[in-house]
Design a protein around this ligand. Structure first.
Ligand SMILES: Nc1ncnc2c1ncn2[C@@H]1O[C@H](COP(=O)(O)OP(=O)(O)OP(=O)(O)O)[C@@H](O)[C@H]1O
Ligand SMILES: [Mg+2]
Length: 289
């Protein structure tokens, strides 16, 4: 098995992406919900894992409350992700809720008690055993917890949503330091390669000068990794969320829906990533042969 890719049925390799940023309220959960739904619309079988104990991504599909069983039960009791995944009204998209005990898991990840040896690789093992999905999208909490670090050990790549407000890049630099450290550990202790940034999405953009200035700074800093379209600020996001429906279904043709669709297809069709996945699939075939 090659870096960062999980084994799926019939040797199919599952891409996994963590939507992450050390800053809070930048649109991580909204992006996980809508990118996941858009990838499902593009025909992929998507598993959205809500790895934030607050459960905001799961609530985006179950407005009246998500099931209490989820990722925590996979981590604590050895259930498979497939056993705790719940189908949604978005065809092709299942959700793993955080589970009521995810805060506990998050604490145990950072201590010698509870989850036991190798706990920081527990999520990686869960993803490696996963079958039946093409893409895994992981929503993360904004705090740099040991649980989030464990997610960074597990996934193929990360996608960074950035809210173009003052200090947006300061948060990103902190994240980059973490990516560097995690990459070193991944290469030393796992069969994964370095952690790569799949894309950067400017979210909650408005027409102010500050928004435009920060957007250009983000583009200057990350170059072609930044998706062309920005997600504009719109009250439709809150409306959709309150109804437990992804915006891309709630208001199919609004600018925000278009931006998420475009980012999803860029993520899936990125020739650099496609080439990487092909190479890895080939190499995995060589190993299996
Ligand atoms: N493009 C947008 N336009 C307007 N509101 C938005 C947009 N994107 C997200 N929001 C709203 O902004 C708030 C924060 O978004 P979201 O919960 O996705 O951020 P987050 O980064 O996941 O936050 P946290 O760090 O707390 O997990 C939510 O109320 C969400 O509905
Ligand atoms: Mg969130």
């Amino acid at each position: 098995m090659r870096p960062g890719l999980c084994g799926g049925e019939g040797g199919w390799l599952v891409r996994s992406v963590a939507v992450t940023n050390a800053k809070g309220g930048v649109g991580k959960s909204t992006s996980a919900i809508n990118l996941g739904a858009a990838m499902a619309e593009l025909g992929r079988r998507v598993l959205l894992i809500d790895a934030d104990p607050s459960g905001n991504a799961a609530l985006g599909f179950f407005a009246r409350g998500a099931p209490g069983i989820g990722l925590a039960d996979a981590l604590l009791d050895g259930l498979k992700l497939e056993d705790v995944a719940v189908s949604t009204e978005s065809p092709g998209l299942d959700v793993v809720p955080p589970g009521d005990r995810l805060s506990l898991c998050s604490e145990q990840m950072g201590s010698a008690q509870g989850l036991g040896q190798g706990r920081e690789f527990r999520i990686r093992r869960l993803l490696k055993g996963l079958t039946g999905y093409d893409v895994v999208v992981v929503d993360t909490s904004p705090v740099l917890t040991p649980l989030n670090v464990a997610i960074l050990y597990a996934v193929s790549e990360i996608l960074i949503p950035i809210d173009p407000c003052v200090a947006a890049l300061a948060g990103v630099r902190a994240l980059e330091d973490l990516i560097r450290t995690v990459s070193e550990f991944r290469m030393e202790f796992t069969d994964a390669g370095p952690l790569s940034i799949a894309g950067v999405l400017v979210t909650r953009a408005d027409r102010t000068l500050v928004s435009k200035q920060i957007e250009s700074e983000v583009r200057a800093y990350f170059g072609p990794l930044v998706y062309d379209r920005v997600v504009p600020i719109s009250v439709k996001f809150r409306e959709a969320y309150a109804r437990g429906v992804p915006l891309i279904h709630y208001d199919r043709y609004c600018a925000g829906a278009d931006a998420y669709r475009e980012a999803a297809s860029a993520y899936l069709g990125d020739p650099r990533v496609a080439a990487k996945v092909e190479n890895e699939a080939e190499a995995a075939g060589d190993v299996a042969a």
